[in-house]
Design a protein around this ligand. Sequence first.
Ligand code: SAM
Length: 284
Amino acid sequence: MKRELNFDHKHPILYLIATPIGNMKELSPRAIEIIKAMDYIVAEDTRVSGKLLAHHQIKKPFISCHEHNETVAAKEVVRLLKDGKQVAYMSDAGMPCISDPGYILVKECILNDINISPVSGPNAALDALIASGLDTAHFYFHGFLSAKTSVRKEELRHLYLKSETLIFYEAPHRILKTLKDMLEILGKRKAVIAREVTKLHEEFIRGNLEELVKLEQATLKGEMVIIVEGHNNEQEKFMEPKDIISLVQNLENMGMSTKDAIKKASDLLNLPKRDVYNLYHRAN
Ligand code: SAM
């Protein structure tokens, strides 16, 4: 697990600047301030971003990073950031990484111990998602889970098979309980807590649910978004017997008959139906 306080000046930061989807006046004052402080602006289309910067009377050296050169450009951006240069990325319009380039760049930065800081403002879910390093191509926003444990678990069971990246809001006094329920029902998936986004103590905590449940409550203050990897078949490969039983129960809770749940589980696990059947019926 990695905890990254973005503004403690210990690691370089790649800023992800959300730009107006239409009206150029909607670039935020903070975005303008950050752009002015940068050594380089990495842009999907340097002509489009050049116009936006010109509108705000800013001139900066550009690096081009679009869908056809993102892997190579990402390496150059990492080199510049490691060299102590200040760098921000913007796509043509709107949020980077949302049906726009940026995801490969973000992943390469995270791999190289470079922090990611979203600069957007109005929406915590998207800010958290684009800086999470988890898949941004398809996602599902759930918002707050129920405060009632039984209902919360039921909601999570319904989400078990969703392949989209899952986005949740949570209050600090409930975060550990929720993470524990997520571990129990969703399994040991990759997950990221985005805390106090755009504020002084902005932090991204990256790991998997088994690691995140071990966090100290006292260190989880403020506002938080939880981003969890969607379902994929890899997740079932290393399941223990108790997790296999819980998988069948999850599927039953999604409305399947026991017979169908055992068949679906055996398909997901690539295990003979008989083995799943025996495990399940021994436990029930
Ligand atoms: N309308 C807001 C939006 O678009 O993101 C959400 C409002 S909701 C009542 C408040 C929840 O959003 C918080 O409990 C937290 O989960 C999330 N949130 C709001 N600001 C946040 C921030 N700066 N960092 C992390 N999460 C935040």
